[in-house]
Design a binder for this molecule. Structure first.
Ligand SMILES: [Zn+2]
Length: 583
């Protein structure tokens, strides 16, 4: 099979007049426009697509070949340019960008060379089935249950949800192979794809066939049983259901967010309460918990992020342990059996999205996660918030070594203000917002957030400038280390500490602190003494030492640097016992 393809490619080269030993540039084109007509038969798990896409040559050389890929469970039927049927070779291409672990790849000979930055329209047709498939995860040893709860996409009679590139290539993509067993390979391939697709538009017409459930003898479907179609979290307009025509929906979207274009088809019922829109499949107690949580959380979120612009949107996933996913402004998540803790955290996040808008992920998602920590703090105290952020940080320290390995990537792509790495714009951004709040205080940070206008955000430095405007402090070093560059993490240690009794019967403790890490932070240092504890905040730049003195009323016993509010590479050396001998 491989040999045949090679031969066919060689033939293409001869026809193009180039030499045989060429490498195929799968990422030469970006797809700027999708206009697709989808026929979906949920009962048969079937998807048939026809439509037009616009390719733009993103390289500096003319291109005669274009590569188009769809999930390996779908097959190419035809590719045309205008009236001209185009020749194409198909092959199975192994790549973990799709849940099946491979793609149906079409290598298309274009009617003429496409000049750099020029575009070409192609008409295409493909079809097949989309079933639950976690092959890409199970073949690298992921336990089956876990794999299926992660790759839950499928077209099914009761519920259909397919996420796009990175999960299911249900629309054409063009990428180099991604391999889950090779570090950040999938992330890098996806990041390149997302940046090529950044301003692409899509318009879908979705026709549901075989959707007989609930139809009366005339084929009419009662409103309550009518399936709803969502594209990127936005409900598609119902066009008609006159028998024998299938149900037709019209969906359009311009990609704004970084998540994969997602199609959801379900017979949702809706619970509408002030501030929330909750779509659910069956009645259960979690619905009341969600509504209650929304009511309790709303004042805090309004205080931080302003009044809601719209309702917080949540839609139920019917798979009990499925990993939640944000599709546009809608959170897809299992609801049944979830406790009030889950309800509160979910609502804090979604209400923040409903109040505050930014197209920069570190601001939009970072603040929504920060809101979860603030919510926990209000409910259970600072330690609960720090513990929650600690869970995220575990993921972050795993990311750090990889970050160093990715030194080949331009620094600005790794910086928080530009990153499209989920770990960074969720976990790291949450910690950055928390540190900023600890440094400048609630009131100043709330003012900075309130002064943010998404339409004025034309520069990555816009938000940092708004924050700087609310404080007398110089924060430029902090922005440099955490926002504009990926400088890694701080690493704090108490070098030495000496206590001496004072004439007034108190104690003077001299502490030498070191930050051997590559990023600076203002770190809290807690000193435990006989009868109490006192905390001091010390600004520690990267690779620096500081000596300072603290007076305590009782004999100092222990020093703890970093209460967990600063992400740090190693925390096991953060406690220092003050020897009584020094007193
Ligand atoms: Zn979010």
């Amino acid at each position: 099979m491989k040999f045949l393809i090679k031969k066919a490619l060689c033939l293409l080269c001869v026809l193009c007049g180039s030499t045989c030993c060429f490498s195929l540039d799968r990422e030469a084109f970006a797809i700027k426009n999708y206009d697709l007509n989808l026929q979906i038969d949920p009962e048969q798990h079937r998807l048939g697509a026809r439509g037009k896409i616009t390719l733009e040559n993103e390289t500096s050389t003319p291109q005669r070949l274009a590569v188009l890929q769809i999930s390996s469970s779908l097959d190419w039927r035809a590719i045309r340019a205008g009236d001209k049927m185009l020749q194409f070779v198909t092959q199975t291409y192994t790549s973990d960008i799709d849940h099946t672990g491979s793609l149906s790849e079409a290598i298309v000979t274009l009617p003429q060379e496409v000049a750099p930055h020029a575009t070409i329209d192609l008409n295409l047709a493909y079809e097949g089935v989309i079933l639950l498939d976690a092959t890409r995860l199970t073949r690298i040893g992921t336990p089956e249950d876990f794999a299926k709860n992660s790759d839950w996409d499928r077209i099914d009679e009761d519920f259909t949800a397919v996420r796009g590139a990175g999960y299911v290539a249900w629309y054409p993509i063009a990428t180099e192979s991604a391999n889950l067993s090779e570090g950040d390979s999938l992330f890098e391939v996806l990041a390149r794809w997302k940046s090529r697709e950044a301003r692409s538009r899509s318009h879908l017409e979705v026709a549901l066939t075989g959707f007989r459930v609930g139809a009366d003898e005339n084929g009419k479907i009662p409103a309550a049983d009518e399936p709803q179609v969502f594209f990127n979290g936005v409900r598609c307009a119902f066009q008609g259901n006159d028998n024998p025509r299938p149900l037709v929906f019209d969906c359009s979207a311009q990609s704004r967010r970084l998540d994969a274009p997602t199609l959801v088809i379900a017979k949702y019922r809706v619970l509408e309460k002030p501030g929330i829109e909750l779509r659910y499949l069956k009645e259960h107690e979690a619905l009341t918990a969600m509504a209650d949580a929304a009511q309790q959380t709303a004042p805090l979120i309004t205080e931080w992020f302003g009044p809601p612009r719209e309702r917080a949107k949540i839609a139920e996933l019917p798979y009990p342990d499925a990993a939640p996913f944000e599709s546009g402004l809608v959170l897809l998540t299992p609801l049944k059996g979830r406790d009030s803790n889950f309800a509160g955290l979910t609502m804090a996040h979604q209400l923040t999205h409903a109040s505050f808008l930014s197209f920069r992920p570190w601001i939009e998602e970072g603040l929504a996660h920060f809101a979860q920590a603030v919510y926990l703090e209000q409910l259970k105290g600072r330690q609960a918030a720090l513990d929650y952020m600690g869970l995220h940080r575990t993921a972050l320290t795993k990311v750090e070594p990889v970050a160093t390995a990715l030194a080949s990537q331009p620094d600005e792509n790794r910086s928080l203000v530009n990153t499209i790495d989920e770990q960074l714009y969720r976990s790291k951004a949450m910690c950055v917002w928390w540190m900023l709040r600890d440094m400048i205080g609630d009131a100043a940070l709330k003012k900075a957030i309130a002064s943010y206008k998404p339409e004025q955000d034309k520069d990555p430095a816009y938000m940092p400038h708004l924050i700087a405007a609310q404080t007398q402090r110089d924060l430029s070093w902090f922005f440099d280390d955490w926002l504009y560059h990926d400088r890694g993490l701080p690493e704090f240690k108490v070098d030495s500490a000496y206590a001496a009794a004072t004439p007034t019967k108190s104690f003077m403790l001299t502490i030498s602190l070191e930050n051997s890490g590559t990023a600076g932070a203002e770190v809290p240092v807690a000193i435990k003494f006989a009868g109490g504890e006192v905390t001091k905040r010390i600004e520690m730049r990267a690779k620096s030492k500081a000596t300072f003195r603290v007076e305590t009323p009782g004999a100092p016993q222990e020093i703890r640097v970093n209460d967990g509010s600063i992400p740090e590479s190693y925390v096991s050396d953060n406690t220092y016992k003050v020897e009584p001998a020094h007193m």
